[in-house]
Design a protein around this ligand. Sequence first.
Ligand SMILES: [Zn+2]
Ligand SMILES: [Zn+2]
Length: 159
Amino acid sequence: MYLDLDRTPAGRSELDVTGTVALGLGEGYAPEATISGELTLQNLESRVLASGTLAASGMAECARCLSAFALSWEVPVDLMVLRDTHSEETEGETLLILQRDGEVDLSESLRECAALAYPQTTVCREDCRGLCASCGADLNDGPCGCVEEPVDPRWEGLP
Ligand SMILES: [Zn+2]
Ligand SMILES: [Zn+2]
């Protein structure tokens, strides 16, 4: 995933992005994400701004039943390539890349965006029943036969 500074026209243009990055988030997370979509570029004299929302997908583990499933999520991107490589500028949430010309490798910045936007809870489907707490059976395959713990009567009637 590259942005070619020498070939980006002045003013506004579009950049198609497609690629796969290793997320490095750890166990239970999708190990890698395939990112695709279009970024809007603003090529100004001293800088190029790239922004937009990309789509990411990867194989994740369901938080309830632990099975692998295809997870997709949206990745907001807001980054800036500064041609002044000695700049000490900071721009709030915007990711900064310092490079004067040539091809800018966006992979690390887009990996960061995809990791930041990773969903908090990942379930294979809204109504996933998860695993039985006593025997570990996947309750999506049907009841496991364990007797459910009776509800403690002291808690009944509480909202
Ligand atoms: Zn599940
Ligand atoms: Zn069970």
